[in-house]
Design a protein around this ligand. Sequence first.
Ligand code: NIG
Ligand code: FE
Length: 402
Amino acid sequence: MTSKQVWNNARLATLAGDQPWGWVEQGALVTEGEHIVWVGEASQLPAGLEVEAEHDLQGAVVTPGLIDCHTHLVYGGQRAREFELRLHGASYEEIARSGGGIRSSVSSTRAASEEHLFAMALLRAESLKAEGVTTLEIKSGYGLSLEDEAKCLRVARRLGEEADVSVLKTYLGAHAVPPEFQGRQGDYVEAVCAWMPELKRQGLVDAVDAFCEGIGFTPAETRRVFETARGLGLNVKLHAEQLSDQGGTQLACEFAALSCDHLEHLSPAGIAAMKASGTVAVLLPGAYYFLRDTMLPPVAALREAGVPMAVSTDHNPGTSPTLSLLLMLNMACTLFRLTPEEALRGVTVNAAKALGLADRGQLRAGLRADFCVWAVDHPNELSYYFGRNPLLRRVRGGIESP
Ligand code: NIG
Ligand code: FE
């Protein structure tokens, strides 16, 4: 008995090959178990194929499953009050320096039970999934003690086990200095490094991130975190050049970072470093929008240099409380001037690259059978609408969500 399934009468945006969108006008997919085993023109489907099920997609557009490659999905509380304060003129940095910002989410996260954090994160994950997300990265960084970072990373792992979404766990201990280390930032960085082997041993870390910024960690402190990570064989990524140019990108590229994220203040030297190390630029239009930023990331120069660009929600309670990756496609185009095809590549093939995943992000034989079926005539509509969800069907690992 075969477990093969055919998904026929599809218009495929494979994002593979040289055609724009990797387009196949009259296409079909064959899946077997968790994987795609064949993709192409329906007329070329192998003869005598024995299948368990045949799905007629009635000419709908199919894309790879969406990948949200930068989120802070696990936290307690919310920060709507800070939004109000910013509307009254306070800046994000001022709020952070006066003890609010990330540190306010740290107190609510520490106070929350693991069960409550899981319930809240599950609700958020369901919103992302409802728009076609099949893979999700989740960072820690609101616990900031060994125990609380482990608690948040366990919640992320449990989502990956129970919520029908693949989860990559990123350790972001170097997100802010917690109150008990106030005035001892160097000691805190040593603690972040000291906790890393234990978190890794517990299977809670797929990659390591840091917030390199005037209100975050210096390049020297970031280097210390990255040396520790690489020493443990872990990949790194960086919140880089969001509010100022710290040269964090060049530093991250020395460590072959998978991605540098935000990048509003990225310099030409940073772009050259990314090109040389094959690092992905993760663009976060939700944070740019919500902070009412005016400094645009250098998208034209990144494009010119051939640096792969990804797009993500950066879902977090302080700078990007959005749960719509489709809205980020629209904003990546309207605010950052990506093309709709670049935006879609940004949440599929390049988002996979930003997570170091070679097994997804395109519709190609051998890759995971993670894909979305959309009620649109053309994939450019995924960037065109905002506030509309045209998802018809979501398939992850060959299994359709209920
Ligand atoms: O990606 N920049 C640092 N980290 C988050 C914001 C975290 C927060 O304000 O809670 C970001 O924008
Ligand atoms: Fe972030």
